[in-house]
Design a binder for this molecule. Sequence first.
Ligand SMILES: Nc1ncnc2c1ncn2[C@@H]1O[C@H](COP(=O)(O)OP(=O)(O)OP(=O)(O)O)[C@@H](O)[C@H]1O
Ligand SMILES: CC(C)(CO)[C@@H](O)C(=O)[O-]
Ligand code: BAL
Length: 287
Amino acid sequence: MLIIETLPLLRQHIRRLRLEGKRIALVPTMGNLHDGHMKLVDEAKARADVVVVSIFVNPMQFDRPDDLARYPRTLQEDCEKLNKRKADIVFAPAPAEIYPQGTDTQTYVDVPGISTMLEGASRPGHFRGVSTIVSKLFNMVQPDIACFGEKDYQQLQLIRKMVADMGYDIEIVGVPTVRAKDGLALSSRNGYLTADQRKIAPALSKVMNVLADKLQAGERNCEELIAIAEQEVNDAGLRADDIQIRDADTLLALSDSSQRAVVLMAAWLGQARLIDNKVVELAHQAG
Ligand SMILES: Nc1ncnc2c1ncn2[C@@H]1O[C@H](COP(=O)(O)OP(=O)(O)OP(=O)(O)O)[C@@H](O)[C@H]1O
Ligand SMILES: CC(C)(CO)[C@@H](O)C(=O)[O-]
Ligand code: BAL
């Protein structure tokens, strides 16, 4: 496995691989890798000849400097895991390699609508940072496919729209959320939880599943369903931040024509803001 830190070296290898006719998969990450990331690598390996994993804590997508400063950076362990998983290339650039002029004057990619709603409203500028870095990585790595986790549901929708709108010839693969045995979605930020907090964290997915079951059973009073879920999350010892029921395809409010709903959960627990989501197929009565 090659570990590449500079853009010229990356370009040299990508050029060679493309000349050899290799199909390239990209797995973009911010490092501190867990089994969720490994699932993305496995999916990428199954669909391509060469897997490039990028590890870059992207300053442009952080709305809070303290969040950026304490984000876990574990490059050596990450590379060991990726080597065992048979990734081919790790691209781990320093910020100056990606943003030589800094981020303030960086040309950006903005996906209208989707980037300012929901998580985008809670984290101003976050999605502009995500679409910009992913666009840059697409140009640098020139992948045929790229894998993203469904855990970051809105991010996946954002990338799909960016790819469609900008005409990228890249297949976007969404990978189902990998969970701990107790249901907690794996996430690098789970590392901020104390042992006691870790015990109560699975309440987020439990409340989400109950809400999803009610939707599946035909309940449609979203305001009431959300209020109950917020109460349950708070009673469990988390602090509900944003719980939403949306059309899974548009992320807008549910309508009579919605085919699928998505339950989007965000809650604070100590230093960690946890997110999760679940898609529900909506039954429509004939006639
Ligand atoms: N539990 C998971 N299952 C599947 N994919 C995941 C999971 N967690 C993260 N991913 C995906 O891995 C990719 C890189 O994510 P990232 O490096 O931000 O990890 P993370 O664990 O989500 O960290 P964070 O705590 O910052 O949210 C994204 O496409 C993300 O959706
Ligand atoms: C896609 C991504 C690697 C862009 O920095 C990041 O948002 C993430 O880890 O989900
Ligand atoms: N996994 C999403 C990246 C972020 O929280 O910044």
